[in-house]
Ligand binder design. Structure first.
Ligand code: SME
Length: 138
C-alpha cells in the first residue's frame, strides 16, 4: 500500500535516507526533464542550496546524462571540462538516469566531499533505487 505522502515528499524521503545512511553522499537530489523542454529541472534534494535549478541538456554532468542515458561516475570533478560546480567542497559526483517505459525522465545526482568514493556497488545500489523511484513516477 502507498502512503499518503505526495510524490515530492516520497522523493525527499529517498534523498534524506541516502544522505543519512551513506557518509560520503553529501548532496543528494533529483533532476527531472522539464516538460517538453530540452532541460532538467531540480526536484527534491538534501544538501546545500544550488543556483542550478535549471540545467540545459548537454551541460554539466547532469546535462550529459540527460543525453547519453548512461551512468556517469566522476572520481575527480576538477578533471572534468563540462562540469557545473555547485559547491567548492565537492570532489566527486555520480549521476544515475531514471527510466520510465524506456524513456530517460530524470536522474539521481549525488555529490561527495570525498575524492573518488564511488564504486560499482554504488552504481548497482543507485540503479536499484532509481528503478524503485521509476515505479512511483509511472
Ligand atoms: N555538478 C552538476 C550540477 C548539479 S550540482 O551537483 C547540484 C553538473 O555538473 O551537472
Amino acid at each position: 500500500t502507498q502512503s499518503n505522502k505526495t510524490l515530492d515528499e516520497r522523493l525527499l524521503a529517498v534523498c534524506e535516507l541516502l544522505d543519512h545512511e551513506v557518509s560520503y553522499y553529501n548532496w543528494v537530489g533529483f533532476y527531472f526533464k522539464n516538460g517538453d523542454k530540452n532541460e532538467l529541472k531540480l526536484g527534491p534534494y538534501v544538501g546545500a542550496p544550488t543556483d542550478h535549478t535549471i540545467i540545459p541538456f548537454g551541460k554539466g554532468i547532469c546535462g550529459q546524462v540527460a543525453v547519453s542515458n548512461k551512468n556517469f561516475v566522476v572520481p575527480d570533478v576538477s578533471a572534468q571540462d563540462n562540469y557545473i560546480a555547485c559547491s567548492i567542497t565537492v570532489k566527486a559526483e555520480i549521476v544515475i538516469p531514471i527510466f520510465v517505459n524506456g524513456e530517460n525522465v530524470g536522474q539521481i545526482d549525488i555529490d561527495s566531499n570525498t575524492p573518488d568514493p564511488f564504486t560499482e556497488d554504488d552504481e548497482r545500489f543507485l540503479e536499484f533505487v532509481c528503478e524503485h523511484v521509476a515505479k512511483q513516477l509511472a
